[in-house]
Ligand binder design. Structure first.
Ligand code: AG3
Length: 278
């Protein structure tokens, strides 16, 4: 067997996968794209050697990135998705029939093409007439918006390289300006097991910009550290008591998952104070 070793970008840890086939391998202007096959997870999309999605478990991440914040907004119509070139997040956003327009901002068009070719179930939503694809830097796109959209969802690679700007205070200020009243934001923010300090830092920076900030988690089998954190922020209400019932078809996310996903008040408080002792 061939083995693929994924070195965590920060932690001194690597995960090893048995690979039965390499289906695609290309260096683009931005990164190396690979599609490989594992007998358990099916096809896997790797960017610069880091697992982004697998056929078997992509829905956990995509549902948990899109639905908690969209259900906390009373009427999300205009949504921006930054990154997520595979289309999985766009697919979940489109399940909300309130949504009239999705700006899909992916810096590397070749990720979109690769997903269309190898992950048809993930990329299926990209051709929906409500979707407008813009191949460009998400930070540049958001900078030009003022009071124009209801949700901005960042589905980036790890917080390294060209994704880094998407976690800086200046970007969050653009997001805040771009959102209409009641607008919501969500992004993944790494693992509570492996990258606790990054999780905390992103929360701190968000709190400098938005009146409401929170953190929820989901267990993702294929992301190093596995207990994955999501940061969310809003210009309106909080997230824990969502305002719309869950009617979209999902495999994992539901009313009870939403309730249980948020970090408990005691742990959240300790995280912000830097007192979590793990
Ligand atoms: N975006 C988040 C990938 C993070 C993976 N990190 C890791 N394994 N260390 C995934 C894009 C899916 N649309």
């Amino acid at each position: 067997v061939i083995e693929f070793t994924e070195k965590d970008p920060y932690a001194p840890i690597a995960y090893v996968y048995e690979i039965s086939d390499v289906l695609f391998d290309k260096k683009t202007a931005y990164q190396r794209i690979q599609v490989v096959e594992n007998r358990f997870f099916g096809r896997m999309l790797l960017l610069d050697g880091i697992v982004q999605i697998t056929d078997k478990d992509e829905f956990f991440y995509h549902e948990m990135l899109a639905h908690p914040v969209l259900h906390a907004h009373p009427d999300p119509r205009r949504v921006v998705v930054i990154g997520g070139g595979d289309g999985g997040t766009v697919r979940e956003v489109l399940k909300h029939d309130t949504v009239e327009k999705v700006f899909f901002i992916e810096i590397d068009e070749e990720v979109i093409e690769t997903s269309r070719r190898f992950f048809p179930k993930v990329s299926a939503g990209i051709d929906d007439p409500r979707v407008e694809v813009r191949p460009m830097d998400g930070a540049e796109f958001v900078k030009e918006l003022a009071d124009e959209v209801d949700a901005i969802i960042v589905d980036s690679t790890d917080i390294v390289g060209f994704a880094k700007v998407l976690f800086e205070e200046s970007f969050f200020r653009s997001v805040n300006r771009a959102l209409r009243a009641g607008g919501v934001y969500a992004s993944h923010t790494e693992s509570l097991h492996f990258h606790l300090n990054i999780v905390r830092e992103v929360q701190e920076v968000l709190r400098r910009v938005f009146p409401v900030v929170d953190l929820y988690t989901a267990s993702i089998a294929t992301y190093g550290g596995n207990w994955w954190a999501f940061g969310c922020a809003s210009k309106g209400g909080g997230f824990r008591d969502k305002v719309r019932p869950c009617k979209v078809p999902t495999r994992f996310y539901d009313e009870e998952v939403h309730r249980q996903a948020f970090l408990t008040p005691r742990l959240y408080d300790r995280l912000l104070r830097g007192e979590l002792d793990w």
